[in-house]
Design a protein around this ligand. Structure first.
Ligand SMILES: [Zn+2]
Length: 358
């Protein structure tokens, strides 16, 4: 379904009610931030131990594989739970701590300066708005919305896109950050202010630091082809997990896509976010807690989109209150009922959008 200008009702009073109903207390926020900081220490330890096992210990295949799996989990959790929260200003009450948390993305190869514009401004401010939300612009590789142009190779996108998703972080590191800087914006949307010399230095330093820890240091201890295989494998796995995390919330038949003139700010904000974003929701699987942990709470993307400046460790509490508030009105939170139904829904959407439009 496509949201056009006329189909959205003004709901300012309800928006206000929902925002108030889901708001955590100051004490709940303090506890949530403490949980987030403990989690960050655990993630740092997992990344450190895995990296040490991968680079500095004996070269056994078993240790290498186990350490690589640990590193994939640790880096994915860093991106979803430290980098993402930091860039939204929700990791800490301190601006400096948020900037340091956000800079972990640079250490992973992706510029946090560019991400903030692409994610905070274009994606959160224009969720699923075709032509503005760059998360749903994957041309020419994929057609993700009914409004986008169809190409013959899109017939197979439900197969090859899973492979391409894995190169998300690698292409940030090697291609898109440089293209965006050269074009002074993303997809025709100019940066609100051009990067200052110190921003460019920070971006370049992040790329160099990434190259140092991920490639140069391992090369001192291992053959080049081992470093290449492990680097590409870890990077591809992290990219696949991250891309899937974001696509499940916005690219399925459960949510809607909007035209550029659809009202989406002010009194229309809650309505727009509830239409264009879905929660994975809890399935019967015992792994739901692990999924929630590794996804940095982004199995609850609706709550994240309604209140992006809250630490993700408070989402479960906020979700209960949001459900209660929605029960009293016409709104509904769209949920899949588990990870696998969500993955299947995205696969089906890729297949549907890959068919030649009639
Ligand atoms: Zn976000």
């Amino acid at each position: 379904m496509v949201i056009a200008g006329s189909t959205v009702q003004a709901t300012s009073a309800r928006d206000h009610d929902i925002a108030v109903a889901m708001r955590p207390t100051e004490a709940e926020l303090v506890r949530a931030r403490r949980r987030l900081h403990r989690k960050a220490v655990l993630i740092a330890a997992l990344v450190g131990v895995s990296y040490w096992g991968l680079v500095f210990t004996t070269h056994s295949v078993v240790v290498t594989v186990l350490a690589a799996v640990g590193l994939v989990i640790g880096l994915t959790a860093t991106a979803t739970s430290v980098f993402h929260d930091g860039n939204h200003g929700s990791f800490s009450t301190s601006r400096l701590v948020n900037r340091v948390a956000g800079y972990t993305g640079d250490l992973m190869g992706a510029s946090s300066w560019i991400w903030k514009f692409k994610h905070n401004r274009l994606h959160h401010g224009n969720t699923n708005v075709v032509g503005t939300d760059m998360d749903i612009e994957q041309a020419p590789f994929a057609r993700l919305t009914p409004q986008q142009a169809w190409r013959p190779w899109h017939r197979y996108q439900h197969v090859y896109m899973w492979l391409l998703y894995g190169f998300l972080t690698l292409q940030w590191f090697l291609i898109s950050d440089f293209v965006d800087l050269a074009q002074r914006g993303i997809g025709g949307h100019r940066f609100p202010r051009q990067p200052r010399p110190r921003d460019v230095i920070a971006i370049a330093a992040g790329k160099l630091l990434h190259l140092t820890w991920a490639v140069a240091i391992p090369l001192m201890f291992h053959a080049w082809w081992v470093v290449l295989v492990v680097y590409v494998s870890v990077s591809w796995s992290v990219g696949l997990l991250l891309a899937t995390t974001f696509q499940l919330a916005h690219c399925t038949a459960l949510v809607e896509f909007a035209e550029h003139d659809a009202p989406r700010r002010g009194e229309h904000f809650v309505d727009h976010q509830l239409r264009t974003t879905a929660d994975i929701g809890r399935g019967p699987s015992v792994g739901s807690g692990a999924v929630h942990w590794m996804m940095g709470g982004l199995d609850r993307q609706v709550e994240h989109h309604l209140a992006p400046r809250l630490p993700h460790t408070v989402y479960p509490l906020v979700a209960t209150r949001l459900d209660r508030a929605c029960a009293d009105g016409p709104e509904r939170v769209r949920r899949y009922g588990g990870l696998m139904p969500a993955v299947r829904a995205h696969g089906s959407w890729l297949r549907a959008m890959g068919r030649r439009p009639v």
